[in-house]
Write a protein that binds this ligand. Structure first.
Ligand code: GLN
Length: 280
């Protein structure tokens, strides 16, 4: 069978499962099976495939047909300006989360040195993107998942910022180190009972630990705010990702802990997604 026919077959299998990115996904998976890029696939679609590669392609297609996200199948996701290694142990970086990076860079344009903390660092996409752009900044990342920290370490090395980041496996309640100019966090904030209604791609494959925000969706956000109020310097900035319906409640929590609200920002779908505040 040639590349073109195999891809068409793959597209049909994915379409049957109502995957609306079927064509793109099938091409990406063919590229993965052949260890080539998508351009090669498109330019050489008459080439015949050997049995081994064809089997591997169908294996990938079938995994995708069970809704495994493309990012986990190819172990990478582009975020901000870099490619990140990902696997099932970390949330897949979301385009919406790039707002946090954008805000941090805006807030730190004139700063030379800063100590920054990322609570629930995961793949490292937020803090590593910032460290890559701000060459004199020092970072600390904490996470409860040892596996996630391993991924973050791999990404820090790839981005050549591993000399400027310290990583700790810890429960947020137990972390007491440091005094930070800036804190960032994208904590789990989905209500427990809503989890099962998330898309199959998300709920069947992404780590619940990174999504589950407890009964009211705010249990981790609450801890992150309390801990940040203790570890942040006076006048330090706090950039937090929130759920689409959490703005008012989170603003209240922040004010109670001595934060001044600078602004709230919407994501690409125009949902409230990020709050920037200052410790006063
Ligand atoms: N934005 C993610 C989602 O909707 C949730 C991320 C989180 O809980 N921090 O899948």
């Amino acid at each position: 069978m040639n590349i073109k026919l195999a891809i068409e077959d793959g597209i049909n299998i994915l379409k049957d499962k109502k995957i609306n990115t079927a064509k793109l996904d099938a091409e990406i998976l063919m590229a993965k099976a052949l260890k080539k890029d998508r351009k090669y696939i498109i330019l050489n679609d008459n080439n015949d495939l050997n049995g081994k590669i064809l089997n591997y392609f169908y294996k990938l297609i079938n995994e995708r047909a069970s809704y495994k996200p493309i990012a986990y199948l190819i172990n990478k996701k582009f975020f901000w300006k870099n490619e990140f290694f990902v696997n099932k142990h970390t949330l897949i970086p979301r385009p919406d989360t790039e707002i946090l990076v954008e805000q941090v860079l805006k807030l730190t344009k004139q700063k030379n040195k800063m100590n920054i903390l990322d609570i629930g660092v995961g793949s490292g996409c937020i803090i590593l993107s910032v460290l890559k752009e701000r060459k004199n900044f020092l970072g600390t990342g904490i996470d409860i998942s040892k596996n996630a920290l391993e991924i973050c370490k791999i990404n820090a090395k790839r981005l050549k910022v591993d000399q400027r980041i310290k990583l700790y496996k810890t429960n947020i309640d137990k972390f007491e180190e440091g005094n930070y100019d800036l804190i960032i966090s994208n904590p789990p904030y989905i209500k427990k009972f809503v989890l099962k209604y998330l898309e199959s791609d998300v709920i069947k494959f992404e780590p619940k630990l990174a999504l589950d925000g407890g009964i009211d969706g705010l249990s981790e956000i609450r801890k992150v705010i309390i801990k940040s109020s203790e570890l942040i310097k006076k006048n330090g900035k706090f950039v937090l990702e929130i759920g689409f319906n959490q703005k008012n409640k989170v603003v209240k929590l922040l004010k109670e802990k001595g934060f001044y609200i600078n602004c709230t920002l919407k994501d690409l779908a125009l949902n409230d997604r990020c709050i920037v505040s200052t410790k006063i």
